[in-house]
Ligand binder design. Structure first.
Ligand SMILES: C[S@@+](CC[C@H](N)C(=O)[O-])C[C@H]1O[C@@H](n2cnc3c(N)ncnc32)[C@H](O)[C@@H]1O
Length: 264
C-alpha cells in the first residue's frame, strides 16, 4: 500500500474540534528521511507505516480524555490505570510516544511502568519505529521516553507473538488502522486472541488485559466484514466504546474504537 494521502498525516496534531490540550510535540521523521534509507524501503511497496493515521489520533484522544495519568496520581476514570502498554503496528510510533509524553508508562511509583511499541521487522516498519523513537530521544531530546521500547512483532510469527505475550503482564494492548489486507486482517485477529489467551493463562491476579483498537470503518468495506468474522472465529468480542463519523471525498467513514476481549 502506498503512503496514504488522506488519512495519513506526517505530523499528528491535537484534535482541533475538541480543542485537546494534551502534549503533541513529537516530530516524525520525514518521508525524505525514509527514502534516504534504502535498507528500510520495502520492496513490496508497503510504506503505510511512514505516516500517522487518523484512527491513531482518535485513539490518543480517547485514551487521554478517559484516563487521567500523571506521575503522582493515576486517577481511574474509564480506562483504568494502565501502566504496561503494548502497541501493535506502531508505524511511526506517534501514538505510543504521545501517550508517554502525556504521562502513560511513566508512573514512578510502579517499577513496571512501560510502553512497548511493536511492528513488522520484514517491511522496514519496526526499524522505522525505532529510528523515530531514537530521534525523539536524541535529536528532539523529549523527556519521559525512558520507559518506551521497541520490539519486532510480526503477526504471522508465532514465536514472536509468544515472546511478546510473556514480556509483561500487559494491562492494555492498543492499535490503530491496522487492517488493509485480507491476510493481515486474519493474522491480526489471531494475534490478538493469542495475546489475550496468554495473558489469561499467565495472570495470577484479577488484573485483566484489554485491547483497544481504533478502526476506520468504511474505508475498505469488504475488510470490515472479514474483520468481524475473524474476531468471532478467534473467540473475541468487539464492543464499540467510541465512534466518530468522518467524511473524505464524500465517502462516509466512521472511526470506531473497539474494546476487544475473550468470549467468556
Ligand atoms: C496503516 S499503518 C498504521 C500505523 C499506525 N498504527 C497508525 O495508526 O498511524 C499499518 C501498520 O500495520 C503494520 N503491519 C501490517 N502487517 C503487519 C504484520 N504482519 N505484523 C505486524 N505489523 C504489521 C504495518 O507495518 C504498519 O505499521
Amino acid at each position: 500500500m502506498p503512503p496514504g494521502e488522506e488519512e495519513c498525516h506526517k505530523n499528528g496534531t491535537s484534535n482541533p474540534e475538541t480543542g485537546s490540550k494534551w502534549i503533541n510535540d513529537f516530530e516524525l521523521l520525514t518521508m525524505d528521511e525514509y527514502l534516504d534509507q534504502p535498507d528500510l524501503v520495502d520492496s513490496h511497496g508497503d510504506a503505510s507505516f511512514t505516516g500517522v493515521w487518523d484512527a491513531a489520533k482518535e485513539l490518543a484522544e480517547y485514551l487521554l480524555t478517559n484516563t487521567k495519568t500523571n506521575t503522582n496520581t493515576n486517577t481511574n476514570t474509564n480506562i483504568g490505570s494502565p501502566t504496561r502498554i503494548l502497541e501493535l503496528g506502531s508505524g511511526t510510533g506517534w501514538l505510543g510516544i504521545t501517550l508517554a509524553r502525556n504521562g502513560f508508562g511513566n508512573n514512578k511509583s510502579k517499577d513496571t511502568s512501560i510502553i512497548v511499541l511493536s511492528d513488522n521487522p520484514h517491511n522496514g516498519a519496526v526499524q522505522w519505529t525505532q529510528r523515530n523513537l531514537d530521534a525523539a530521544k536524541t535529536v528532539q531530546q523529549l523527556p519521559h521516553l525512558d520507559n518506551v521500547q521497541v520490539v519486532p512483532l510480526d503477526w504471522n510469527d508465532v514465536a514472536q507473538i509468544r515472546h511478546v505475550a510473556k514480556m509483561q503482564p500487559w494491562d492494555l494492548i492498543i492499535g490503530s488502522d491496522l487492517i488493509y489486507t485480507e491476510e493481515g486482517c486474519c493474522a491480526l485477529a489471531k494475534t490478538m486472541a493469542e495475546l489475550l489467551n496468554q495473558q489469561q493463562q499467565q495472570s495470577t491476579t484479577n488484573n485483566k488485559c484489554r485491547i483497544l483498537y481504533a478502526h476506520s470503518q468504511g474505508r475498505m468495506p469488504e475488510l470490515d466484514v472479514l474483520w468481524k468474522q475473524q474476531l468471532q472465529l478467534q473467540g473475541l468480542t468487539f464492543q464499540i466504546v467510541a465512534s466518530k463519523p468522518q467524511s473524505w471525498q464524500n465517502k462516509d467513514r466512521t472511526i470506531i474504537i473497539g474494546d476487544i476481549g475473550l468470549v467468556s
